[in-house]
Ligand binder design. Sequence first.
Ligand code: ADP
Ligand code: MG
Length: 629
Amino acid sequence: MTEDTQAEHQQAETQAFQAEVQEVLHLMIHSLYSNKEIFLRELISNASDACDKLRFAALSDDSLTGGDAELRVEIDVDAEARTLTIRDNGIGMNRDEVAENIGTIARSGTRRFLEQASEKGDLDGRLIGQFGVGFYSSFIVADKVTLLTRRAGDTADQGVRWESEGTGEYTIAQATREHQGTEVVLHLKEGEDEFLQGWTLRSLVSRYSDHIGFPICLRGEPAEGEEQGEWEKVNQAAALWTLPKADITDEEYQSFYQHVSHDMAEPLAWAHNRVEGVQNYTSLLYLPKRAPLDLMLQRDERKGLRLYVKRVFIMDAAEQLLPHYLRFVRGVVDSDDLPLNVSRELLQENELVRKIRSAVVRRSLDLLGRLADNETEKYNGFWDEFGPVLKEGIVEDTANREKIAGLLRFASTQDPDAGQRTSLSEYIARMQEGQEHIWFVTAENFKAARNSPHLEIFRKKGIEVLLLSDRIDEWMMGYFTEFDGHAFRSVAKGDVDLGSEEDKQDAESQPEQEELLDRIRHVLGEEVAEVRASRRLTDSASCLVIGEHEMALHMRHLLEQAGQELPDSRPSLEVNLEHPLLARMEQAEDASFDDLAHILYEQAVLAEGGQLDDPSGFVQRLNRVMLQA
Ligand code: ADP
Ligand code: MG
């Protein structure tokens, strides 16, 4: 052994994958098998990212290209050895980068994905590509993967060789590499020989990767006397968004979506626009069909909207170009005017970026608006997946509030079984004569909203009420005061004055009723702010009501459980003087009156979906009353 190879040998290390990586590998191999050809898309996508990165780095240091004139991706087959190699002359990786990117899963998203997936007991491989585990898809078809790489700018002896059989360990060693860039060699499993065939590879490239902006080359048939065929470019190699709209087919738009989003499903809709004028830029925006699992989490690192400057990939700029409430939008923005050396910091404050951002927002909302107007079914699908996210926009984006409000859909007493399908304009069109407000109720869940006692008088008078039960609703309604000149009012807050004279007479209580209310007040004492005759109940005996600007009780409860200190506030108890229970109370003796008054209060708490302070006390009271009956 020469000294040299000994040194190399000492640097070879065998390491265990992180536990998460093993899980991902296992999940990948089993759940993605029916889509096994996606490994090629993932590896080509990595190669193209690497070329993008080198092109960007070379802007400030020309020597980094290493003399290679053209960035490209090669797909090479060795039929005898049964290997398939994907090679690029892009940025490459040094040893630390290989260990970091290929041996561990640094991105927290993957861990969360796994946690959620195993919690739900539903290891759905559909989303796996979205979590930055693309490289590992090689193990669907390979029982051994060798990655050889050299970072652009490093010397030949700084190459790295990484190898794994995907069963828990990998080795990493120094290697001598003549060229910079990366080569991934897949040792195909038994039975995967189709991926050695030129026409299979060709058709996969044109299906999945035609629009990639770099040439993807395959070897053709060798000519007489030649050992290997010539390299042939097999994709269009024109960045899709730069082509005229009329030249792009739906299939091309769809496959490009899969490239930017790593989603295996088709997109729901897209909008492709070229803006020319003071500023020139192109945007290609997509709406996904299904929400990724971690959509509701606040991800620190958001991906999905790529920023290019004059066709050069600059960075993932979802955070700079999209507000949080549009985080489901995917796509590409390519500006002709931004400087190529634009940094994240510059993006934050740049005036051009601000303009692009507001145009991206407008185009996304317009795309949604077009779906809502013309393709109801698609829009409903969107709403069911992303509705709660879009609602954040009511609070977050005051400038576009009216536009967002037009996109909201609610469940309604008009047709509660239909789901969230009522728009505010539809509600307004159905309003009764003289009705001023848009009435709504918020509750912890749909059932509680639908069965809320607060709806009784509205039901009796045929006034429609919107049923809000998403977690975000109570928060959103705190900021959302009116739509199209009509103020929002909660049926559970403040006094309901539906405006008719007959109501006012009804509400005037008789002296003996005043006495009854006083007795109840006396029994309940500090537990409630007030006890009064209700104008909103027709069937139930009692309900809780809070002040017009106070937080709904279920929300309060939620925050208290989360450990938040809230200002003290107590609900009022409204009682239905027409209810037989109240008539009975007038005759009741003190002891049973006490029980009944407490039960009135306690059942109102329960009807809200609330929790009793003293549940066993309630049970005892109830039993006493039942035994007396
Ligand atoms: P993602 O592409 O979503 O980041 P992958 O699992 O596909 O996830 O790749 C992980 C990382 O490995 C990449 O982010 C990149 O840093 C690195 N990588 C993979 N393939 C290459 C390549 N051909 N050239 C350079 N770096 C690569
Ligand atoms: Mg990738």
